[in-house]
Design a binder for this molecule. Structure first.
Ligand SMILES: NC(=O)c1ccc[n+]([C@@H]2O[C@H](COP(=O)([O-])OP(=O)(O)OC[C@H]3O[C@@H](n4cnc5c(N)ncnc54)[C@H](OP(=O)(O)O)[C@@H]3O)[C@@H](O)[C@H]2O)c1
Length: 354
């Protein structure tokens, strides 16, 4: 129980709360922004760390966790009445943990709120579920939500570990202008591949070609026949398809795969809320001896230091760029999350806590 002095010193804490588990695509009204309060100290003996959140990562999987999914060991759904959780960048305000002190900059799993009392994850054996110190501060701190965090590792491990690109191979990336896709394309280009991305607006298509060095890009929303569009872009077929979308996009890619091509199933954003949308041409994978592999970044967490060694010199040397879509203020968090499902974001969706 807090003392009178402590109770008087509480900090107002703006939070983004899940109202109830959802069915179907997320809506802004599924979330509520409200003011709560938090004590300014980590309780003695708790081994907890109190952080002030600076940047939050807005990710498609968070809308999946707003649903109620039972009996899956890897999935821990959000709890109605509590703030959403996700990766973020924060500053330690107070600590009862020997490894953290006030002023430390950290990144890891935190809450969608101004202040989070982090009470778990310090001894977790999965490296990226621990609160990590930020060592490299010569790059924007927000990059730890994207380029230097989970989306970056996803692009790196999904492309290099699952697909092993070789010079001259032809690579197709969907949701190419997003957090993961923009890096997949750039990493494939650095490997000497020919890279085409698809995205949902002409502005994104221009960004891919002009700013991120893709060889070509298409606006899938303007293509009447995606199979034909991919045939136009890949007359000799696709060696590697990095799938962020699933559904009809995966079907069109399968119609264009080369013999012995590889498909990495990274994301299925077009079907997350309607899993009755099927893929009707899997037989093409047999005809063309295509290897299709599902991928989860959590299996590659131990590679994060190796990934930083790979990517930081490229970023510092201007060889890899990262486009962020920065939204400010927790009251804009619901719209930012919902916007991922209509393609509102141009680049990695980040929320800056004002
Ligand atoms: N397997 C893993 O471990 C792992 C890890 C991280 C992310 N992921 C997955 O990777 C994918 C990309 O994640 P991200 O963080 O980089 O997100 P993102 O691409 O930054 O944002 C999502 C994008 O998906 C596109 N989109 C939304 N609905 C669509 C639809 N019905 N059809 C086609 N495109 C649609 C939108 O772009 P357009 O304007 O182009 O439509 C939107 O901007 C997601 O599916 C995510 O769940 C998987």
């Amino acid at each position: 129980m807090a003392t009178k002095e402590e109770a008087e010193a509480v900090l107002a804490n703006k939070q983004v709360i899940l109202k109830d588990h959802i069915h179907g695509p997320p809506k802004e009204s599924d979330l509520e922004v409200r003011i709560s309060s938090v004590l300014p100290k980590a309780p003695p003996g708790s081994k907890a760390v109190l952080v002030k959140n600076i940047y939050l990562s807005v990710d498609p999987y968070q809308a999946i966790l707003m649903q109620k999914i039972e009996d899956h060991p890897d999935i821990s759904c959000f709890v109605p009445g509590k703030p959403l959780k996700g990766y973020g960048v924060a500053e330690v305000i107070d600590s009862d943990h020997p490894d953290y002190k006030p002023g430390d900059l950290v990144w890891g799993i935190t809450g969608w709120e101004e202040y989070s009392l982090i009470t778990e994850g310090f001894s977790d054996t999965r490296p990226l579920q621990r609160l990590l110190h930020i060592v490299d501060t010569d790059v924007p701190l927000s990059y730890y939500t994207g380029l230097l965090g989970i989306p970056g590792l996803t692009a790196y491990a999904g492309l290099f570990e699952v697909c092993s690109p070789k010079e001259g191979e032809r690579v197709y990336v969907s949701a190419a202008a997003g957090a993961v896709g923009q890096l997949v394309g750039q990493f494939a280009k650095l490997s000497g591949c020919y890279v085409v991305g698809s995205a949902g607006s002409n502005e994104k298509v221009e960004m891919l070609k002009d700013k991120l060095g893709f060889d070509d890009a298409i606006n899938y929303k303007e293509e009447k026949d995606l199979t034909a569009a991919l045939k136009r872009c890949f007359p000799q077929g696709i060696d590697i398809y990095f799938d962020n979308v699933g559904g009809k996009t995966l079907e069109a890619a399968l119609n264009n795969m080369k013999m012995k091509g590889r498909v990495v199933l990274c994301g299925m954003i077009s079907t997350y809320h309607d899993q009755t949308i099927g893929v009707n041409n899997l037989v093409m994978a047999i005809f063309n001896r295509v290897r299709i592999e599902g991928f989860a970044v959590l299996d590659f967490c131990e590679q994060h230091p190796k990934y930083l060694d790979f990517v930081l010199p490229l970023v510092r040397g201007g060889k890899v760029r990262y486009i962020e879509d920065m939204v400010e203020g927790l009251e804009n968090a619901p719209a930012a999350l919902v916007g991922l499902f209509s393609g509102r974001n141009l680049g990695k969706q980040v929320l800056k806590i004002a």
